[in-house]
Design a binder for this molecule. Structure first.
Ligand SMILES: *Cc1c(COP(=O)(O)O)cnc(C)c1O
Length: 615
């Protein structure tokens, strides 16, 4: 392995891209995946296009060519205004380029005619950040010019913010963009399919719900690659911040005085070193320097390691408090911010290593496991659910397995639980998600037992009207009231457990829920925050769980229209968002009545959880 090296986890990247593109889709926004920060890496581009980006974009024509030659099928966008010297290459390799200069457009047109091609144009408008773009007043004129040029197609308009001037999207500048789109459409009678409102720094504005309806596109790099909302620096819920890690090798490890000796002048970069005397300390040198990275943008993954500084080829760090003493040849790992990543990916001294960690599991379908239970739902209702799931557009195959009716026997719960757990594990082996339907609360415990075996940090999200957090079965009651405590009993950590939709709690449950460490969202939270915000928060608090089980207890749904519970539309929204997170590994469904209508509705919810989309 070449050292230093950037390790790129394509599985985590896929997760990030899915989460970000799904988030945008929620607001009617399509995305171009921007790969300039990783030097137009075709491996990265391929993951982005598979995960839902509509186009792949880069600022350098060399990278566009590389992507083209690597067989990337998506539309390729040149993000920087073409240089006059690269017109031929631009028309040859890029499907679309960003433009603001009439001369360049003229040249692109002539070259497109020469190559017998159509080249698409995104006209850039400067809304105040003062990087590229015509001023808003000149937009229609230049757009008209483009429509008259042979070989060019006016695909849309765009703007770039928070680059030179640090200007953020706001009501004023976004409305100017929207107005320009309307005016161009009206006056030039063109469709103008793309209105692209900026980069990763526009995501927060988008989520505020104030994006004008004309805006339908963003160009996203940092948010996908680093999982960060660029404007606020917030993590995007559910994303990974370690898709890229820098690996560097220790070349010296010694205990030395921390103060320098002799007369101090300037360091190798003309700065006056600030050095604190902390006595004798273990210090290490890594074989990496300013040629390869921006040292200020590195965060060590080794606890206790403290970066002291760097020269061109050396990174010096304090390793005094490390658990084990680093030795020459040891490899240490660092996370990088955007500038550090950019430098590392463009340094020719830094190697690249692509990995797919074992975590991301892609499911090709579901496996229905029906657990008959006399007091709950009949086998017929379960088959109805399966049927409605199939007819409601569920994609993929759907094996159906009905467990024997052993649950009536007095000693059966343990046996049933084990049987359910085994069936779930088997489903995962074949690449399918288990959906456990019906039965009593052993069903949830069975899935939970399997889930912790498969993925030790598994999370659990239960939609339920009741807490079901009694720890003991009370006389005269069935085991229902103990469901959640049983899930915890199988090894799901309480802080990996979220309860949504509670309507009532008994006093002892309230106490045990409160002290349990579970994340609880009652109907009151849903009324006040809205279900989308609740799910966003749940996905954020469970961010350490790579995989999630969904436990839908039908009593929380407002199936009869009495408005006490979760409305069907809200439940669908929740299921869709959970599906979009790409982290759902299985589900359990219980306590529904066997009426045809409600099984149909419940089946449709499972279809949403499986990724069914209206559009
Ligand atoms: C770099 C760039 C982007 C992407 O920016 P991120 O902050 O990485 O999302 C979008 N548009 C243009 C024109 C760019 O140059």
């Amino acid at each position: 392995m070449k050292m230093p090296s950037v390790r790129i986890d394509l599985g985590k990247l896929h997760d990030n891209a899915r989460i970000v593109t799904a988030l945008c889709a929620r607001y009617g926004i399509r995305t171009a995946g921007v790969v300039k920060c990783c030097c137009g890496s075709p491996e990265v581009a391929r993951v982005l296009e598979n995960a839902g980006c509509d186009q792949i974009a880069d600022s350098r024509i060399e990278n566009i060519r590389k992507l083209r030659e690597a067989g990337i099928r998506s539309e390729l966008w040149l993000l920087r205004l073409p240089q006059k010297s690269e017109i031929r290459e631009t028309v040859n390799c890029a499907d679309l380029s960003l433009n603001s200069e009439a001369d360049i457009l003229q040249a692109l047109s002539e070259e497109a005619v020469r190559q017998n091609k159509l080249h698409k144009v995104l006209l850039m408008i400067d809304l105040g950040d003062r990087r590229e773009g015509v001023l808003p007043g000149d937009a229609v004129g230049l757009a008209r010019f483009v429509t008259k040029l042979p070989g060019l197609v006016l695909s849309g308009i765009g703007t770039n913010l928070t680059c030179f001037g640090g200007i953020v999207p706001d009501e004023h500048n976004m409305q100017i963009l929207a107005a320009a789109a309307r005016q161009i459409r009206r006056e030039l009678n063109v469709r103008l399919p793309v209105v692209s409102a900026g980069n990763s720094s526009s995501l927060e504005w988008m989520q505020s719900g104030r994006m004008p309806e004309e805006v339908n596109h963003l160009r996203l790099g940092e948010s996908i690659l680093l999982g960060k909302e660029a404007c606020s620096g917030h993590r995007i819920p559910g994303t990974h911040d370690d898709v890229f890690t820098l690996q560097a090798e220790v070349i010296e490890s010694a205990v030395k005085p921390s103060r320098t000796e002799g007369e101090a002048h300037l360091d190798a970069f003309g700065r006056r070193p600030q050095i604190t005397d902390r006595g004798n300390r273990r210090r290490i040198i890594l074989g990496i320097g300013r040629e390869d990275i921006v040292p200020e943008g590195l965060s060590p993954e080794t606890p206790g390691l403290l970066i002291l500084g760097a020269s061109s080829d050396h990174l010096i760090a304090d390793a005094e408090t490390l658990k084990s003493v680093p030795r020459p040849g040891d490899i240490l790992s660092f996370r990088m911010n955007y500038p550090a990543l950019l430098r590392a990916m463009t340094s020719e001294y830094v190697g690249r290593e692509y990995i797919r960690d074992s975590k991301p599991v892609r499911y090709s379908g579901a496996h229905l496991i029906c657990v008959p239970f006399a007091a709950d739902a009949s086998g017929a209702a379960m088959r109805q659910i399966a049927e409605s799931l199939l007819t409601s557009g569920f994609a993929g195959d759907l094996p159906l397995q009905t467990l024997p009716e052993i649950l009536h026997e007095p000693d059966s719960p343990a046996k049933a639980m084990e049987m359910i757990s085994q069936s779930c594990l088997k489903a995962w082996k074949t690449g399918r998600r288990p959906y456990v339907i019906g039965g009593d609360h052993t069903a949830a415990a069975g899935l939970a037992r399997a889930a912790v075996k498969k993925s030790p940090g598994a999370g659990w999200i239960v939609f339920s009207a009741h807490g079901d957090f009694h720890t003991r079965i009370r006389p005269g009651k069935c085991a229902a009231g103990t469901a959640l405590s049983r899930v915890v009993g199988q090894g799901i950590a309480p802080d990996h457990l979220a309860v949504i939709g509670l309507q009532e709690l008994e006093p002892d449950e309230r106490e045990s829920l409160r002290t349990s460490g579970c994340h609880v969202y009652t109907m009151e939270h849903i009324d006040r925050l809205g279900i989308a915000e609740v799910i966003t928060r749940v996905l954020a608090v469970l961010r350490d769980s790579p995989e999630l089980c969904i436990d839908l207890v039908a009593n929380c749904l407002d199936l009869r229209g009495d408005h006490a519970g979760l409305r069907l539309r809200e439940a669908h929204c929740a299921m869709e968002m959970l599906s979009d997170s790409g982290r759902v590994c299985g589900a359990v469904l219980s306590e529904f009545d066997s009426g045809e209508e409600s099984s149909g509705k419940v089946g449709a919810l499972l279809a949403s959880l499986s990724g069914k989309k209206i559009l």
